[in-house]
Design a protein. Structure first.
Lengths: 308, 264
């Protein structure tokens, strides 16, 4: 039986007196596209750096592609493609020279994919890295992470700093990789960034995994902020009926306007609203920060605050 | 397994231009100083030195300035070349590991299949190669003037001084690299190495004038040159001290680099 792509048990990481990770548990299966979500400072990058042996765990077990003693097996990283959140590149060389160098560190793996990937992302390989825009430097990082067709892709906040077109291309590349059998581990502080590629996500908060869920279920539970504006103010009866629409909560009705939080399908609410003349309708997915607030409110998470 | 060369090869490739600039600048400055000797020797140097306080002359190592070997030992090998090379090696030693770690430029190398040991060893090797190259530039230009202007400096003495120069510069470069490898902080690496270099230099310069011989004896600069690096000849014990100090530091830095958290 093949080992999991990533298996983390009770991972604790201290920086001096500060405890960044309080016992992270996580299991990512082979071939899975897995999102790693949490607000900034929750410990996403710390966890990822433990997977890459940049950081040494204070306690706990970290197993990557079946290897436990990461320090003793640097060659394991030939099977990983890593895209750091903030990428700094040495300046004088061209993108081609730099990418050839990264390939040489992997014994030449991926050399033949530098040109096609550069074409795909519209990267000029002959210009010195120093003069490149942030987006173009990020492209070099993307190519370095993907060119050797790794078994495990670890992308740390990959879409920050990319323009939307490039984001789409990167996520398309990630999907192709998973379709070809690779495992994708992608972190973000924004759920919508990963839900396009990830089927499952873990939510990290204050150094703990507070939830592992299907993206669809999470999105349903997160709900949407809905707004309806009608041609005329609602009478009491109509207002009461709408306020009790299935899945709707936190309803406020002021004159001709209804606001609320909708969980689940909007079908019933829309059909009820359609009995009146609707001038405006909007539904905005709640951002993840609000979802985290739900977690803060949960009693199970209340007892172990403190460190922050 | 990934073989040794790629990181070293990459470092040397990207350093061609700055190294050439440094080599030319060093050769130019050292050549200029050495070429001045015949004029200085003709301009009644002794009278000039007598006008200065004796302690100062000794502290500057100018008491042997009357001969070509003494002059080159004091002015280039003992002052200009030494100072410039220390600046280079300490700066480079701090940058080549800690500097790139701190800036994040090392991230993709550290997360490649290259082992930490390979990264440390090859970056250290690159530093020493750069030091050897620049010391060789100083040697070449000094030797050229020695032969061309018939200054009469013993080639054996000059060669031995060059070897010991490479050892002491390599030591301070290694100190900066090691302090950076241990902490991941370029500022600490620069500060530690620069402070040790300045104190070493002062100990070697003022120790003898205060009749406190131990000050020069514990100073790496003293191991290199005592009163004059060119006229003193080969001192096996001092050379061994320089080599051992480097080896010890390098081993300690390596041990720490293999164990600590990186990119924090």
């Amino acid at each position: 039986m093949a080992a999991r792509a990533i298996e983390i048990q009770g991972l604790v990481k201290d920086y001096g007196a500060f405890r960044a990770l309080h016992g992270v548990d996580l299991a990512v299966e082979r071939g899975e596209a897995f999102g790693f979500i949490g607000p900034n400072g929750a410990g996403k990058s710390t966890t990822i750096r433990c997977l890459l042996d940049l950081l040494r765990p204070t306690a706990g077990v970290v197993e990557v592609l079946g290897v436990r003693d990461l320090a003793a097996h640097p060659e394991l990283r030939a099977r990983i493609g890593y895209l750091p959140g903030e990428l700094t590149m040495p300046g004088q060389q061209t993108g081609r020279e730099l990418l050839r160098y990264f390939a040489s560190l992997r014994g030449g793996a991926g050399l033949d994919r530098i040109e096609p990937l550069a074409d795909r992302f519209g990267l000029a390989l002959d210009r010195p890295v120093r003069g490149l825009s942030k987006g173009n430097k990020q492209k070099i990082g993307v190519i370095a992470a993907f060119m050797h067709a790794p078994e495990l892709l670890i992308l740390d906040e990959p879409t920050s700093g990319l323009d939307p077109l490039l984001q789409q291309e990167l996520l398309a590349l990630a999907r192709e990789s998973t379709a070809a059998g690779a495992t994708l581990f992608i972190s973000s502080h924004i759920l919508s960034e990963v839900e396009a590629v990830a089927a499952r996500v873990a939510i990290l908060r204050a150094g703990r995994v507070v939830e592992v869920a299907e993206v669809r279920a999470l999105r349903e539970r997160a709900g949407q902020h809905v707004l309806l504006r009608f041609a005329a103010p609602l009478d009491d009866e109509a207002a009461r009926a709408l306020a009790e629409a299935p899945g709707l909560s936190e309803v406020t009705i002021e004159g001709d306007e209804l606001r609320g939080l909708l969980r689940g399908p909007p079908d019933r609410l829309l059909k009820m609203a359609a009995r009146h003349e609707v001038l405006r309708w909007s539904a905005v997915d709640r951002n993840l920060e609000e979802l985290f607030l739900d977690h803060y409110r949960q009693p199970s998470a209340a007892g172990d605050e403190g460190a922050g | 397994m990934i073989a040794a060369p790629p990181i070293l090869a990459q470092l040397l490739r990207e350093r061609r231009r700055p190294l050439a600039t440094w080599a030319l600048a060093l050769a130019g400055v050292c050549g200029m100083y050495t070429s001045l000797y015949p004029y200085m020797a003709g301009a009644n140097l002794d009278a000039m030195l007598e006008a200065l306080p004796k302690g100062l002359v000794e502290a500057l190592g100018y008491d042997q300035i009357g001969t070509a070997a003494g002059y080159v030992g004091s002015a280039t090998y003992g002052l200009v070349a030494l100072a410039l090379l220390l600046v280079f090696a300490i700066g480079r030693g701090a940058a080549i590991l800690a500097g790139h770690e701190e800036s994040g430029a090392l991230e993709l190398e550290l997360t490649s299949p290259a082992s930490r040991a390979a990264i440390y060893d090859q970056r250290l090797a690159a530093l020493w190669l750069e030091v050897v190259l620049l010391v060789a530039a100083v040697y070449a230009v000094t030797l050229a003037f020695d032969l061309g202007q018939e200054l009469g400096i013993s080639i054996a003495d000059l060669s031995i001084a060059t070897l010991q120069l490479a050892l002491v510069i390599g030591l301070f470069g290694s100190l900066a690299l090691v302090a950076g490898a241990a902490t991941g902080r370029k500022g600490i690496a620069l500060g530690v190495a620069a402070a040790v270099a300045v104190v070493s230099w002062m100990f070697n310069a003022i120790g003898p004038t205060l009749d406190l011989e131990w000050m020069a004896r514990i100073s790496p600069i003293g191991w290199y040159m005592a009163d004059n690096p060119v006229t003193r000849g080969f001192h096996p014990v001092d050379a061994l001290l320089l080599v051992s100090a480097s080896a010890l530091l390098i081993a300690l830095g390596r041990r720490r680099f293999l164990r600590r958290d990186l990119m924090t």
